[in-house]
Design a protein around this ligand. Structure first.
Ligand code: FAD
Length: 381
């Protein structure tokens, strides 16, 4: 066993790295500072064929495998973590979910536009009272007497691509008495009456990715926009999160890799006590731990990406990858700031941004505590 991506996968990496290095890295600090959504980067990802790369060829996607997509998220995050999450949520949480659960008509109408990047997607599960406990959703969807329309009422919060996206997968209770078994998923279009958005949140990190409230005030949604059957929502959300968590793990590894590379360069350049700090054992050990942890976490990530394509669910193995990659990113971005000393604390060196960006990977698409709950449940089954 080689545990290495194939030549085809490395070719994908070279292509996305070239784009991310040339276009995303130089703009990342300015996007972080302004909090402006990186429309320009998304446009380049559309033009490069990366948007929709994981979607079926029959609907205009490139039909590439999960490992190729994982490598792309990793390389985008290595240069701009905010762009990586906007990309990841569109391609996996939103579009791939329609690819898996949509009817032929839904795929023809929505998936082709998503694969072409003509429409951007978002995923709306979280609510003010339903975070880790996704089954506690209060948003409701009531079917009209003629069976033609659902009316959705409620509020979602912390929605990535909120306001920017054209299409929203909204999870709402069609039968609140059944708890999580009463949850149903709908494709809601921007422009439908009663759908509105809050102001972008002022965040610690991934500042250029837009995160907003989504308000649903008696939004009439055609019954044809229901994804799956009534009551399938929880199953659909958990399946979507399997794919999404691989993406977040990849985002984390990209951030960690950037912190490692910056630390190696700085350690060789910075002279104290008459020699580069790279010659100090204290620094060497931090670099050695970074290199080792990133390599180990990346193996778990690539294993998860490959397992995802195998039959059955691999939720625990995916949770392991997300947990490990997020914690490695957090630990080693802090170390990168340490290696940079006082300069690391300054915005212009960029490693403090990596530290701020890393934190979210331990929180969204399931916190590290929830990842441990999933892994323990599988281990103790
Ligand atoms: C920037 C950003 C973008 C996001 N994007 C999206 C999006 O696009 N779509 C979407 O639907 N959601 C999104 N989210 C929401 C995100 O997934 C939730 O914030 C996350 O799942 C945690 O939920 P919570 O914030 O309500 O925390 P809570 O669930 O309230 O957790 C608070 C603390 O309690 C711990 N905890 C809770 N339950 C348990 C338990 N059973 N065992 C052990 N510990 C527990 C948690 O780990 C955490 O430490 C986003 C969030 C952020 C910050």
């Amino acid at each position: 066993m080689l545990f290495a991506p194939s030549e085809e996968h490395e070719a994908v990496r070279r292509r996305i790295r070239e784009l991310a290095e040339k276009e995303f890295r130089p703009r990342a600090a300015a996007y972080d500072e302004s909090g402006e959504f990186p429309h320009e980067n998304l446009k380049l990802l559309v033009e490069g064929g990366f948007i929709g790369m994981n979607l079926p060829e029959d609907y205009g996607g490139a039909g590439l495998d999960t490992l190729s997509h994982t490598i792309c998220v990793e390389e985008i995050a290595r240069c701009c973590a905010a762009t990586a999450v906007a990309f990841e949520v569109h391609n996996t949480l939103h579009s791939e979910t329609i690819a898996h659960f949509g009817t032929e008509e839904q795929k023809r109408i929505y998936l082709t536009a998503l694969a072409a990047g003509e429409r951007i997607g978002a995923f709306c599960l979280t609510e003010p009272g339903a975070g880790s406990d996704a089954g506690a959703v209060k948003t409701t969807a009531k079917l009209s007497p003629d069976g033609g329309t659902y009316v959705i009422e409620g509020q979602k919060c912390f929605i990535t691509n909120g306001g920017v996206a054209d299409l929203y997968l909204v999870f709402a209770m069609t039968d609140p008495s059944k708890g999580s078994k009463g949850l149903t998923c709908f494709i809601v279009e921007k422009g439908m009456p009663g759908l509105s958005f809050g102001k972008p949140e002022n965040k610690m990190g991934i500042r250029a990715s837009h995160t907003t409230d989504v308000f649903l005030d008696q939004v009439p949604v055609p019954a044809a926009n229901r994804l799956g059957n009534e009551g399938d929502g929880f199953k659909i959300a958990m399946s979507a999160l399997d794919a999404g968590r691989i993406g977040i793990a990849a985002q984390a590894i990209g951030i960690a890799q950037a912190a490692y590379e910056a630390s190696v360069i700085y350690a060789k350049e910075r002279v104290q006590f008459g020699k580069p700090i790279a010659e100090l054992q204290a620094i060497q050990w931090m670099i050695a731990d970074m290199a080792t942890d990133i390599a180990a976490a990346r193996l778990l990530l690539y294993r998860a990406a490959e397992l995802y394509e195998q039959p059955g669910r691999h939720t625990a193995e995916i949770a392991m990858a997300k947990l490990k990659c997020a914690e490695v990113a957090m630990r080693h971005t802090v170390k990168a700031v340490q290696i940079h000393g006082g300069y690391g604390y300054m915005r212009e060196y960029g490693v403090e941004r990596l530290m701020r960006d890393a934190k979210i990977t331990e929180i969204y698409e399931g916190t590290s505590e929830i990842m441990r709950v999933i892994i323990a449940a599988s281990a103790l089954r």
